[in-house]
Design a protein around this ligand. Sequence first.
Ligand code: ARG
Length: 565
Amino acid sequence: MDYKLELAAALAPAAGLEASEAAAMLETPPSADMGDFAFPCFKLAKTLRKAPPQIAADLKEKVELPAFVSEVRAAGGYLNFFIDRKEYASAVLSAVLGEGGRYGSSDLGAGKTICIDYSSINIAKPFHIGHLSTTVIGHALYKIYQFLGYRCVGINHLGDWGTQFGKLIVAYRRWGDHDTIEQGGVRELLKIYTRFHTEAEVNKGLNDEARAAFKSIEDGDPEAVKLFNWFRELTLKDVGRVYDLLNIQFDSYAGESFYNDKMQPVVDELREKGLLEVDQGASVVRFPEEEHLMPCLILRSDGATLYATRDLAAAIYRKKTYDFYKCLYVVAYQQNLHFKQVFRVLEMMGYGWAKDLVHVAFGMVSTEEGTLSTREGRVVFLEDVFEEAIKRTKAIMLEKNPGLANMDEVAKEVGVGAVVFSALSSSRIKDIVFSWDRTLNFDGETGPYCQYTHARCCSLLARAGYDPGAPVDYSQVTDDESMELVRLLAAFPGVVRSAAEKYEPFFITRQVVEIAKAYNRFYLAHRILGEAEEVKNARLALTQAVKTVIAAGLGLLGIAAPERM
Ligand code: ARG
């Protein structure tokens, strides 16, 4: 049903190309009188040693056309193909209407497991706008892979180990108030943590005290462990509110401390395999010189393990536990070096599956006010961003549609969706500056715009009394605007697959926006209600298909599609 691919397959032997090469060359012509697909022959001129118009003319004679092509014309250096519009509309729309929300899904991943390490917050540290990308990209990938039949395991690799917990314990003992912190959660913890750093500037003894406190957690001192567990609980409660807003559940919260007793075997194994070298008291793994990769630090000179040590243990544990087909790490590009080292060490240990580890890197998010620093306590909490988005959305709705039922529920879905959508609006590696105006613009290429188009489809279908059982005459949806929609809907399954292949949920974001824009053009150009029955029915069927695919696309991004807004 992917006409472009089928056409490419038919063209390839005649043009002496691979089908994939032919597919890459096929273009969508700028106007309908040049057909639905155009094949430029210019590149072939060199190898075939003929003028492009001649090549086009020859190809026209040679190619065995699939049945859905109604006409082919050689024009200049192009070969233009005209698709039988009714055939095309009928094939695509009946597939969407038949499969409903499952349109575009597949069983490609049956029997395969994908581990997705995402969000991976740090205990007692704010869940701030810098975690937006990992959280929403990871969640979208989870949904996308699930849609393609994979079993997904979402892992929140908690940052719950390190000397900062010693600092926090010292700070709490000195300046903390139980009830205030119980009430205020991470925000209050952050206050005393910030105070620790200020006071440690002048009181150098504090750092030693903190080290000792951390050691007491390691040694299992009950009071220290109790505090540590409390910090952990408070943090999970705080972030839980955001995960609820986003409808995110994790399958595992095994974080750094989970690997405390799983690192020694890894260190032993590294030593046995002759990979561990001692360098100024520390233990490191060195890489072959030509790789220009800094050595990976495994043990500090005091014997303490490091972030990388825990990631080695975690990868081995995950392979054993889940036997993953792939394990994705949705983590900022600042950690490129770290993951390169970890993956390479595993490869050197002889684990062939190291090639199945993927660092899904992304760029930085900053706000218009600037970047963020935990130490100075100047942070934009993600929870505040969502709350603000909901508040602003509600204000817009009160103006646009004051009578709306479940206003609060809808404002939540739209406000949250707007932020998620904006975080998924460009290729993940790009740095983004978060802007309220761009995020909440109901007319721009935004979440609210797509949701609004979906709601518009819903209300139209309801008003018109759309009957899914009514026969559809597809020759009524062959005009240019309808065909543009048909083309975009036809491409959706392929877009979902490439989003998975390239770990780019934004391919879906873009497709959903294109569908929404094309629908609004269609809606402006054509009447639906009041048209003759067969025209009306066909346009409603098209509307239903559009609504279905927008909702499915938004769903894959982790965004709700309210029926009214
Ligand atoms: N907690 C880390 C951070 O905020 C991210 C952890 C990513 N996952 C991992 N397995 N290293 O930077």
